[in-house]
Design a binder for this molecule. Sequence first.
Ligand code: NAD
Length: 253
Amino acid sequence: MGHLKGQTAVITGGGTGIGLAIARRLAADGANCVLMGRNLERLETQAKTVERARAIQCDVTDSAAVEAAFEDARRDGPISILVNNAGIASSAPFHRMGEDEFLRIQDVNVTGVFRCTKAVANDMRTAESGRVINISSIAGLSGGPYITHYCASKHAVIGMTRALSAEWAKTNTTVNAICPGYVRTEMAEGAIRTIIEKTGATREQAIAELAKNNPQGRLLEVEEVAEIAGWLCHPDSRSINGQAIALNGGHSM
Ligand code: NAD
């Protein structure tokens, strides 16, 4: 399958977890992938493991850095795929959640998506086949305790997805969101550590606690999320636009 041959795909937070799996999936379909993130050494190491990939350092909270990074990414031709994957999470009861922490999460998860999408707006409005894929979360579709800030950010990403897909409907670019439940990555490891610290649970009990959120009773693997991103990039997926695709083993809301 080489239907993405010659296309440039930028994946933010592409050096780890879901982002790296998506890069591998898009590269398998022929895309030239740019892994963007904060840790250049890690990105470069991972880029060597993905066909035709290169690494560019970029903190999505820094507007000037985002502009420069996307200019660099455009070196080999216009960007036709953007995967807004960079994200952070934390947890706290609402009454103890500071404004700083609330805003820190929005800066990466919401304004970061805004900044990166702005940086490719001209590429996307003129692309022959453009794709913006926003990695939201099941927390963008439903609420959960101790993650008001994260839920707000992931709901906002779905709002942006829907609005932009409507605005760009007459172009050849689609804008969609993928909304996974807990996926086995470093981010889920953070949630597991928090459960262990706060409750004294064993690691197995903590994983089981997270898995309860999924009707299939399991954590997702990164490849399952990557597969949906690959499918959204297929030319025959062009009528899928403005969707928030839940990946959580069933209806758990
Ligand atoms: P991860 O921690 O491995 O990936 C997050 C990536 O974002 C990392 O590479 C990190 O360096 C990068 N990043 C963070 N802040 C950044 C910044 N300011 N600038 C640039 N890059 C930055 O975890 P993951 O699970 O692969 O997360 C990827 C996305 O999936 C996130 O948006 C997350 O919210 C979402 N998600 C994760 C899960 C899960 O259970 N793991 C579930 C639903 C949604």
